[in-house]
Design a protein around this ligand. Structure first.
Ligand code: KE4
Length: 426
């Protein structure tokens, strides 16, 4: 396979775009080599600038659960375009998408659309602070919620110490109210509640984290978190930007039967166009402008094109009930990977949640950030490039989740497993 055109494009891009990319993970830093430039996507496949075709397991990091360029979503976008792109005024489609979101998320009585997951979470935290009149936020190590300053926090020196800036340009004062605890550690949450009594506005969590690779809640962790936050009058914010509409026509909250106070959404609800959302019971949401004192706004929020793509996507997810197929294809992939690992005496931990999957090159089960970072990232990098050379496109990082779409077939799984077999020996 030749990658000459991607190489030339990357060189040119690097003169104009920082690192040649518009989002860091696309630079392939953790796997090395030159990032691929993609020319087109169709169904489960993408084709790069050198006309190499791949079975795609990135799916734009989550939005494309229906696969690339779904014809019905495509048609909905074209139809909306005929009426114009944006008006800076309300349109009927915003109501239609809101109704679909509320149908899937009974914990949401009112919703606000924004343009990204970052915006959704940033706004939800501002709202939680206003509603509770408290400032501290608890987040979990390894969970990513977009790039708002106060969430770009690194764990402090010891457990429960206040955070340090996790990025240049973030003042210590801005992360001073962010407390980081280990995922799956309910005792650490209880200790934080004890230590910062009456100062905590909310606990913010990816209920099923996908940003340290995929990690699953253990020992009723989410149920216990709901009980503990309710008992302490602390809001529970579920960041379902990645998990929303991924495992079922709902979210992790549906699967685990938990009602968070605020839910953040993104990715799939935009059907490939930029959409984020946050929602909650009306008592909370009605604090947002123009009804209440919490300001939040956006030029292109709820724009008709993105709404049309989201509506078409959610209607297909609801009516076609693709989840049985997509989750079983993912389970087939997971079982195949586990068998190859066992036959080749390679330690690979495979986590699955619906059509999210992560193979960790790790001797132990990954239950939190500390165990995730023990993964063999060099082995992953070798593995990544062997898959690429075999026409499979996984995410370019051990700590990203793979996504299966409705267009992936059992034949695609067999092709992937064949490439996997040669990759594990690389
Ligand atoms: P965006 O601002 O990228 O739309 O959403 C931020 C976000 C919020 N919450 C969760 C749970 C998320 O996974 C994300 C974004 N996910 C990353 C994937 N690791 C997007 C890919 C990227 O940063 O390029």
């Amino acid at each position: 396979m030749s990658y000459e055109k991607s190489k030339a494009l990357f060189e040119k891009a690097s003169n104009h775009l920082v690192g040649g990319v518009n989002s860091p993970v696309r630079a392939f830093k953790s796997v090395g080599g030159t990032p691929l430039f993609i020319d087109k996507g169709e169904g489960a496949y993408i084709t790069d600038a050198d006309n190499n075709r791949y079975i795609d397991f990135v799916g734009s990091y989550g939005p494309l659960i229906l696969g690339h360029n779904n014809p019905i979503v495509h048609e909905a976008i074209v139809k909306a375009l005929e009426k114009g792109t944006t008006f800076g005024a309300s349109t009927e489609n915003e109501i239609v998408l809101a109704e679909l979101v509320k149908e899937a998320f009974p914990s949401i009585e009112k919703v606000r659309f924004v343009n990204s997951g970052t915006e959704a979470v940033m706004s939800a935290v501002r709202l939680a602070r206003a509603f509770t009149k408290r400032n501290k936020i608890i987040k979990f190590a390894g969970c990513y919620h977009g790039h708002s300053d106060f969430l770009l926090a690194a764990a402090g020196s010891g457990l429960l110490t206040l955070s340090l800036p996790g990025s240049a340009g973030v003042p210590e004062t801005v992360v001073a109210d962010t407390i980081i605890v280990p995922y799956n550690d309910i005792n650490a949450v209880a200790q934080a509640f004890e230590k910062y009594k009456n100062e905590i506005a909310a606990v913010l969590i990816e209920p099923v984290p996908g940003n340290m690779g995929l990690v699953l809640p253990e020992n009723d962790f989410l149920q216990k978190l709901r009980e503990l936050t309710s008992a302490n009058n602390i809001l529970l914010i579920f960041d379902e930007v990645m998990s929303g509409f991924r495992q079922c026509f709902g979210g992790a909250q549906t699967y685990y039967n938990i009602n968070p106070d605020i839910t953040c959404l993104g990715k799939i609800i935009g059907g490939g166009m930029p959409v984020g959302a946050y929602g909650a019971r009306a008592e909370i949401m009605d604090m947002v402008a123009p009804l209440g004192p919490v300001y939040q706004a956006g030029t292109l929020s709820g724009n008709p094109i993105a709404m049309a793509a989201g509506i078409a996507t959610l209607r297909l997810l609801k009516d076609k009930n693709i989840y049985k197929h997509i989750n079983s294809v993912t389970a087939l992939l997971a079982d195949g990977i586990r068998n190859i690992a066992q036959e080749n005496h390679i330690k690979i931990q495979v986590a699955v949640f619906g059509s999210m999957i992560t193979p960790f090159f790790n001797d132990h089960k990954v239950t939190d950030y500390e165990t995730a970072i023990k993964s063999d990232t060099e082995k992953f990098a070798r593995f990544f490039w062997t898959l690429i050379h075999n026409g499979i496109y996984p995410p370019p990082s051990q700590f990203e989740t793979w996504f299966v779409s409705a267009q992936h077939t059992e034949a695609d799984v067999q092709t992937t497993l064949k490439a996997f077999q040669s990759a594990v020996n690389s």
